[in-house]
Every structure is written in structure tokens, then in C-alpha cells.
Design a protein around this ligand. Sequence first.
Ligand code: FES
Length: 107
Amino acid sequence: MAFEKICTLADIREGGMRSFLSSQGTELLLVGLPERAVLALHGRCPHQNFSLLHAKQEGRMIVCRAHGWRFDVRTGRGIHPPGCALTRFPTKVDGDTVYVDVESGTR
Ligand code: FES
């Protein structure tokens, strides 16, 4: 695992998402979860690889601007269509710093 610093907790509000680039240019969506937890998702849509860095957040959904696929902002799992999912990356929070391992993504 190769965790790298991406941001601080102050950069992400609970229930909200924000886009970042890793040092190697991997597009990330970071979502603030309860109790200082952070979810890191790949910022590329699994449909046609469209960037999600400017995706809309509608309540608990991330909506791809290309063709409207929708994902649960708390998990990255597909809502429409079901069965798809955004890649998730391991995260850790040390103090107020958020680290993401962009080499170990899973769906
Ligand atoms: S590329 Fe995202 S819905 Fe088609």
C-alpha cells in the first residue's frame, strides 16, 4: 500500500463530495462520512470513462453528466443502473490529514 496525502478533513464536509487529483494524476472524489471517516472514489465513470470531477451531487447521489448514471455517494455503488460501481480506494485519517492509497482500488 502506498498512501499519499490528498487533503485535510477541513477540505471535505460531511455528506458532501469534493474532487482532487493524486500526485500521479488519478482523479478522485472524496466524500465526508460520519465520525471523521472519508470515502475515496475514482473520479472516472465506469460507463465510458467520463470524468466525474464535475459530476453533480443530488442528495445522496453522484450523477455523471455524460449520460446520467447514478451512484450512491456513501458507497460508490450504482443506483442507475444497479450492478455498476465506482472504484473505491483505501483511506486513512491521521490527525486532520486524509491519505488515500490510489494503487489499491477495488469495486
Ligand atoms: S460516461 Fe458516465 S454515464 Fe456515460
